[in-house]
Design a protein around this ligand. Structure first.
Ligand SMILES: Nc1ncnc2c1ncn2[C@@H]1O[C@H](COP(=O)(O)OP(=O)(O)OP(=O)(O)O)[C@@H](O)[C@H]1O
Length: 279
């Protein structure tokens, strides 16, 4: 509670080179007097294997940051460097699943492996292994249109993880799901990422989601988004979704909300009971 803490030195984990390193990163859209400063400048380090959650007011530049990290958008100023073990790829998961309706579930999960030119037999095996892990073994031949929202997002997760990414970028991946399904998928994601130790940058509007999943939670300012604070949820690893019900989680949720409410238009923003922030 009280004054926002300054961004601590923990932004720079000292021992190993970061998997993602941003320095003075900024991005605007448009030119001249019509230019809109969307992001930064900000510095950010993600240690290998770290799971970092980003929360911030709507429109503060979270998606812009992820799109730059994914190589979908150029930085305007500053730099962003990704250094993954053995040059492993970056995977991105969007809120709207981003899977192909004209491909079967199996072909969707195999997609990244096909791009990496993994031989067909091995790609099929790896894709089926991931489908089984996600409880979708019986749906390999189905088309996405026949699946529920939760199943589609599991397909997107299986596709993203099948390529064994060195960096996983997730942009509000569970926002379109109902509360129960969202909780289930958070728990599944916890299990998966604690096994794979995949470096992850996860954007969410839900403070609870950020606290349950993250090694660190970074709070962004209003646009142009900069990092104004960070918190480390005091839950060890491996952890389970049971941390949701702890007093520490409730207290941190309230503290994060205090930090955020100074950044958003109080009249337009309402905290939802689960700690979600919407404008
Ligand atoms: N391609 C674009 N052209 C012009 N403006 C853009 C473009 N992409 C994003 N913006 C603007 O940049 C700002 C940041 O957008 P961004 O989508 O990164 O925010 P966000 O924090 O992810 O928002 P939300 O939480 O609502 O998803 C917004 O004002 C948005 O309108």
């Amino acid at each position: 509670m009280g004054e926002p803490h300054p961004p601590p030195a923990a932004h720079r984990p000292p021992d190993r080179p970061p998997a993602l390193r941003a320095r003075a990163l900024a991005r605007s859209f448009g030119r001249g007097s019509a230019a809109l400063a969307a992001l930064g400048p900000l510095d950010l380090d993600l240690a290998p294997g770290e799971f970092v959650c980003l929360v911030g007011p709507s429109g503060c530049g979270k998606s812009t940051l992820l799109r730059i990290a994914a190589g979908l958008l150029r930085p305007g100023e500053g730099e962003l460097e990704i250094r993954t073990h053995a040059g492993r790829p970056t995977s991105m998961i969007f809120q709207d699943y981003g899977i192909y309706d004209w491909k079967t579930v199996l072909a969707n999960v195999r997609f990244g492996l096909d791009i990496q030119r993994v031989p067909r037999k091995e790609a099929d095996e790896r894709a089926r292994t991931w489908l089984a892990r996600m409880g979708l073994a019986d749906f390999a031949g189905a088309y996405p249109a026949t699946l529920s929202g939760g199943m589609r997002q599991r397909v997107a997760l299986a596709r993203a993880l099948a390529v064994e990414p060195g960096l996983l970028l997730m942009d509000e991946p569970f926002a379109a799901l109902d509360a129960q399904l969202r909780t289930l998928l958070q728990d599944e994601l916890l299990g998966l990422t604690q096994t794979t130790r995949t470096t992850t940058l996860f954007v969410t509007h839900s403070l609870e989601e950020a606290l349950v999943l993250g090694d660190r939670v970074l709070v962004m300012s209003a646009r142009p988004g900069r990092i104004i604070a960070e918190r480390r949820p005091p839950f060890g690893r491996p952890r389970t979704g049971a941390v949701r019900d702890t007093p520490a989680c409730t207290a941190l949720k309230a503290e994060l909300w205090q930090l955020l409410r100074g950044e958003v238009d109080g009249a337009a923003v309402r905290p939802a009971p689960n700690g979600a922030v919407s404008a």
